[in-house]
Design a protein around this ligand. Sequence first.
Ligand code: GDP
Ligand code: IMO
Ligand code: MG
Length: 428
Amino acid sequence: MSVVALIGGQWGDEGKGKVIDSLAGKAKMVIRFSGGDNAGHTAINPYGEFKLHLIPSGVFHPHVICIIGNGVAVNPAVLLKEIEELRGRGVEVNNLLVSDRAHLVMPYHTLLDGLEEERRGKGALGTTRRGIGPAFADKVARIGIRTGDLLDKDAFYRQLNSTLEFKNAILAKLYGHPPLSLEEIFHQYCRYAEQLAPFIRETETTIHQALAKGESILLEGAQGTLLDPDFGTYPYVTSSSPLVGGGSQGTGIGPMEISRAVGVFKAYITRVGGGPMPTELKDDVGELIREKAKEYGTTTGRPRRCGWFDAVAGRLSVQVNSLSDIALTHLDIFDGFPSVRICTAYRLDNKTVDYFPSNATALERCQPVYEELPGWQESIADTRDLESLPQQARRYVARIEDLLSCPISFIAVGPAREQVVEVKPILP
Ligand code: GDP
Ligand code: IMO
Ligand code: MG
């Protein structure tokens, strides 16, 4: 039996979509377990190039059952558009299920996400404004509405009525915003309900039947460890757990069932949105990485901040996720670099530290301590085995393994499905 959790090891956009698309051929089920359409997962395969926000990246393999788990916040308009787009481009979406426990992103969530960001002014978090924070806040405040609630129109109306009264009061009193119409939202969501009803169900039984049969299941994370509300750069974080632990909670699979935990890391690091980033490069090298790797947000189009690989942050990721393996992506971006750097420690207030401070202000003061390694001049885009990688690239890979105390089992050398060096098979 094999349940493999695959999570972002950095600040998101590590290439999770690509890795899942590459691995899913051997899986029976892929379950997205956290976040919402703040995520943007790219897959490039024989169907073309796709940017998925909610549907698991296993969808391109017709035999794979794709589940949007209970831990995801679902914007039904985005989900329907995604289904339509996939179908329009020849991808079947017959094996999709949506957990009836997954919370809904409502129009007041997206509106409030934007208004809250405006109110923060200079201290804005740089959210994706997709309503994800407000939707998860309602979940824990116990005023959320779930996909399953859409299936009982009368109950849904009563729930919406009571929540909207409260939200409209906030909109009016705090933001001077006109109220949202109960009838409009109700009818709009009833239309979504009709279209989504065939997908919405109690998914635990299906998942546990697959577990009982010993089938291979991939848990697809969103965002990345450094955006976790507990272990990330709080408050510059997202609102659901991108960790392997979130993979258990967001699917209903107990932690003891997870046999492998794979952290996806870029060979460098990127961040989109506000918050500290010790190895950020605000120079030509940062610009070169951004342009070469097209580092612009999949969801918002914002330029991503780029920097050298941060092994201090990486070690935290390995620890809080108990990673068994690393999938290292974007190694090809360093082709032609005279040398590459890895941050091995920070200088903080005249001391050298080897841990990732919990406090964002302390992290802002951290100066990276770098180790420099020789680069390689040849293209690795067509390399498919470890031995054929240039010796300097292998040395770089080995140094990251060493600093993070975790084996690198998978190396991506380009964005397409087949551009992979499989060091050790992740799925049997
Ligand atoms: P995700 O959110 O973790 O799924 O990552 P995104 O899809 O937001 O961003 C990753 C970007 O890098 C996408 O444009 C991918 O097509 C691309 N990509 C993924 N792996 C590689 C790789 O190994 N090399 C290169 N050059 N691009 C990659
Ligand atoms: P994938 O799954 C990168 C960032 C936002 C912002 C912070 C909070 O594609 O890796 P939110 O909208 O979640 O309230 O924003 O989190 N963020 C991401 N950054 N990749 C993502 O997802 C992200 N999802 C959220 O930019 O800094
Ligand atoms: Mg992304």
